[in-house]
Design a protein around this ligand. Structure first.
Ligand code: GLC
Length: 595
């Protein structure tokens, strides 16, 4: 294993990923990164444990990814965002990292990682690493050392005594009343340390103390080490939680709830912008033209504008949660389903488009490893409408301005699965939530219903490659069951069918590469209050692109005069052939270029 401190610092003036001849294989294959390259790029997210298993142990791995790179090259994506592959006890499937500079044996070796970088770069595909530095694993050597009383790393994490007058380790003795993201208090009493430590996520994910400059430098050194290895950017996990108030106080509670929302107390903290700018300079993020995207629960258009303003040297873009929170209850009851209001969804995306039109940049996504499948959630996954609704959702997303993210299987129209009972779930969030809610007297059927529609495991079922054993994902027993619909919904079938979701997505990606209006055009929403139709224009240098989409399972009619006359327009892509009238079939969408 190599440690970050022994690696070459990558803060050089090079604009490409090529490094000196002693650099690892991934860095040796040059991939151009011109200024602003990510503005017309499309990113594909891989959740490694569910993508492709090369050795029959039931878990996806890096050699499995390498074996399927041609699928991504055919789709035409520019970048892979790789969810964590680092050494980890896997309490949260790798979002709990015990060694930032090595690969977990479940996924392969550092040599496999270098090979993936080289093979991807050879195909012109860049790689983003997942950067999980709000917290580490409790098995990371930093934490192991920190828990020793008197350790020089004591201040690297958030250690606090029990609440005044309380017996440590008893209910209510926690230093604050914050709830963790995955149920229960956000503090854990550590006998050995003789103190509580803060964990906003599971007990095995202690939060790092970014107030300590040594912590920040250790993170930047590790990032430089990955840049020297040839990576092209970072997706930064819950990065807007890194600046915490130095004074930690109780959060407001809702009626009858014992715990309050610690997230509200730590999101977008007072030193966030400063830390991100410091990181940018220390790692050379802008100099190397690396892609940076920050996952930011609780961020607003205003915070995003500040953090993605190039002048502030922060990030290229952020992941907002506003649109994916519209159909669920507030954080404490995120598994309670709220019917989706399409107008609210359209208006929300519009507010981000307009808010980041002049300054900053948007990311665009429906799906990722933390969200249920878009086609089941925003579309219609019945056999009749699955394909058209997946295509139309893709058209809507890709015709917005920003960088689109495609989550593995989204390009196939993969759907939510069916879970027979709690034993079918694997996600720590789902298991903890179930135990907590049922333990507190909730109706088990209602708890399961909430998980069925909103659990993260919906997104994590194995990638459906073909209609053979276990969908071609593994020769063994998959770590999470394959969705039974793999017999019809799979990559082999989709690639063979020119009218498939796969080819529709491929064409959308090609349009972004070919037409500057798709990447850069000014955005305007039409028919904003229409409950079925999503229509918009994009305009650049006298060219206008028009999208008209029926985002419903019922026929719709475009009101007279609501959109431009398309009788002589060029039809770029449509779900139902060349049809130009006012009537739209369920989930029909059309993209035109007008003059
Ligand atoms: C982010 C990740 C999620 C993980 C959490 C804690 O939200 O996307 O998968 O559980 O952070 O790291």
């Amino acid at each position: 294993m190599t440690t970050p401190s022994s690696a070459t610092a990558a803060a050089t003036t090079s604009d490409t990923a090529s490094e000196p001849s002693s650099a690892p294989a991934g860095a040796l294959v040059t991939v151009e990164r011109p200024e602003g390259w990510w503005r017309n790029a499309v990113v594909y997210q891989i959740y490694p444990r569910s993508f492709a298993d090369s050795n029959g142990d039931g878990t996806g791995d890096i050699p499995g990814i390498i074996a399927h790179l041609d699928h991504l090259a055919e789709l035409g994506v520019d970048v892979i965002w790789l969810s964590p592959v680092y050494t980890s006890p896997m309490d949260d499937n790798g979002y709990d990292i015990a060694d930032y500079s090595d690969i977990d044996p479940l996924f392969g070796t550092l040599e496999d990682m270098d090979e993936l970088l080289a093979q991807a770069h050879r195909r012109g595909i860049k790689i983003l690493m997942d950067l999980v530095v709000n917290h580490t694993s409790d098995e990371h050597p930093w934490f192991v050392e920190s828990r020793q009383p008197g350790s020089a790393k004591r201040d690297w994490y958030w250690w606090r005594p029990a609440r005044d007058g309380h017996e440590p380790g008893t209910p209510g003795a926690e230093p604050t009343n914050w709830v963790s993201a995955f149920s229960g208090p956000a503090w854990h009493w550590d006998e050995e340390a003789g103190a509580y430590y803060l964990h906003l996520f599971t007990r095995k994910q202690p939060d790092l103390n970014w107030e300590n400059p040594e912590v920040r430098e250790a993170v930047y050194a590790m990032m430089r080490w990955w840049v020297a290895r040839g990576v092209d950017g970072f997706r930064m996990d819950v990065i807007n939680f890194i600046s915490k108030p130095t004074e930690l106080v109780d959060a407001p509670t809702q009626d009858g709830q014992p715990l309050g929302d610690g997230f509200e107390m730590v999101a977008n903290g007072h030193r966030l912008q400063e830390f991100l700018a410091e990181m940018n300079v220390a790692v050379g993020l802008d100099e190397h033209h690396l892609l940076t995207v920050g996952e930011m629960p609780g961020s607003t258009v205003e915070t995003a504008r500040t953090l993605t303003d190039r002048a502030n040297r922060g990030l290229n873009m952020v992941f907002t949660f506003e649109h994916v929170n519209l159909d669920r209850g507030p954080r404490g009851s995120k598994f309670s389903h709220v019917p989706l209001d399409l107008v609210a969804l359209k208006r929300n995306l519009e507010s981000w488009q307009l808010g980041l039109a002049e300054v900053g940049w948007n990311s665009l996504y429906w799906d990722n490893h933390d969200q249920p499948r878009a086609v089941s959630r925003f579309g219609d996954d019945s056999p009749e409408h699955r394909s058209a609704s997946a295509k139309t959702l893709a058209s809507v997303l890709h015709m917005h301005r920003g960088t689109p993210y495609v989550y593995q299987g989204e390009e196939l129209g993969m759907t939510n699965t069916q879970f027979a009972g709690i034993s079918d779930y694997r996600d720590v969030e789902a298991l903890n939530y179930h135990a907590d809610a049922v333990g507190r007297g909730a109706d088990p059927e209602a708890v399961l219903a909430g998980l069925a529609s909103h659990s993260r495991d919906n997104a994590r079922t194995p990638m459906q490659w073909d209609d053979t054993h276990q969908a071609g994902f593994t020769e063994g027993i998959p770590w999470l069951s394959v969705n039974p619909n793999y017999v019809t919904v799979n990559a082999r079938a989709e690639v063979a069918d020119p009218g498939s979701v796969f080819h529709h997505t491929r064409k959308l990606i090609a349009l972004r590469h070919e037409l500057p209006v798709v990447a850069e055009g000014r955005f305007a929403l039409l028919l904003g209050d229409d409950p079925q139709i999503w229509a918009l224009t994009r305009t650049l240098e006298g060219r206008t692109l028009l999208l008209v989409a029926n985002v419903s399972s019922q026929p719709a009619t475009v009101p007279d005069g609501a959109v431009a006359d398309v009788s002589t327009a060029q039809l770029l892509l449509a779900t139902h052939g060349d049809r130009r009238g006012a009537d739209l079939e369920p989930w029909e969408s059309r993209i035109f270029l007008l003059g």
